[in-house]
Design a protein around this ligand. Structure first.
Ligand SMILES: Nc1ncnc2c1ncn2[C@@H]1O[C@H](COP(=O)(O)OP(=O)(O)OP(=O)(O)O)[C@@H](O)[C@H]1O
Length: 276
């Protein structure tokens, strides 16, 4: 199948969500005696792309799950704007403006691209299941339709809106997931390895897309192994090793950082030691 990372027309701007920062301080999460996340503080500001990198087992996914609300930290606080969300489950965080994607693409294969987006957006908009079942007018529906069309346009997927997701390649499904997250109109976007399974051209498109979303005011966090994407798009990079942040800062600074190099980046090339 031909790649859909093609630009057709200028995508519609997303409706404005409030600009909110996601902030974590002193997060700890242990599994038995293992401190998978060991006192991590980080800020994901609006209008910026923030990346978390590190070797396998560093604690990136555990941190991501704590931020997304899929796991509870044992210690520390998480704030969204001026609200403490540490104890809120993921669906409550979604209502407050957080959206996420998954490391393993998770879509309904028999549903079309647009229907996959609609399911997520209806849940978010609070569309009444009873109203849907009874075929009654539901005010959330119109909002949902509009949000879906805008999200499709913003990732250039309008042409594929009626294609079942089961017929689409991984690169396209990563975009479907991203569009589904955008259809909820989030302030904060959490992306779990968005470049996984993408070829070079698709990764370059993803990079441009993430940059544009941040420029529109979204707070974007990615956990990622693809260093070209991370160093090409991020405003701030956090390097984790053994549950801790060992370095953080702008990409150029992190590339030169001795602790980052020792933990993860090859001293000569600035790429991961494990070659990922
Ligand atoms: N549910 C769990 N139960 C027990 N140990 C876990 C669990 N989840 C993660 N761990 C352990 O916590 C540590 C951090 O794992 P995590 O998956 O967060 O690292 P990561 O940096 O995301 O690694 P990768 O890049 O391979 O995804 C690892 O030692 C892992 O084995």
């Amino acid at each position: 199948m031909k790649s859909v990372f093609r630009r057709t027309s200028r995508p519609a701007a997303r409706p404005r969500a409030p600009r909110l920062a996601l902030e974590a301080s002193g997060l700890v999460r242990h599994f038995g005696g293992l401190r998978a996340v060991d006192g991590v503080s980080l800020t994901v500001p609006p209008g910026e792309v923030t990346a978390v990198i590190g070797p396998n087992g560093a604690g990136k996914s555990t941190l991501f799950h704590c931020l997304a609300g899929a796991q509870r930290p044992d210690e520390g606080r998480i704030r969204l704007g001026d609200r403490d969300i540490t104890r809120l489950p993921d669906h409550r965080r979604a209502r407050l403006g957080m959206a996420r994607t998954f490391q393993v693409v998770s879509v309904f294969p028999s549903l079309s691209v647009a229907d996959n987006l609609r399911v997520g957006a209806e849940n978010h908009a609070g569309a009444s299941a009873t109203a849907r079942l009874l075929g009654l007018p539901d005010p959330a529906r119109g909002r949902t339709r509009e949000a879906v069309e805008q999200a499709l346009a913003s990732v250039d997927l309008t042409e594929l809106r009626d294609v079942p997701c089961g017929q689409l390649p991984t690169g396209t499904l990563r975009l479907v997931e991203l569009a589904r997250a955008l259809a909820a109109g989030p302030s904060v976007l959490l992306l779990d390895e968005p470049a996984s399974g993408l070829d070079d051209a698709e990764t370059a498109r993803m990079r441009a897309l993430l940059r544009r979303l941040a420029d529109e005011g979204l707070a974007v966090l990615l956990v990622e192994h693809d260093m070209e994407l991370v160093f090409g798009v991020s405003d701030t990079v956090y390097v984790m090793a053994a549950g801790r942040v060992v370095a953080s800062g702008p990409p150029a600074q992190v590339r030169e950082d001795a602790a980052a190099r020792a933990a993860y980046l090859d001293p000569v090339t600035g790429t991961p030691e494990d070659g990922r």
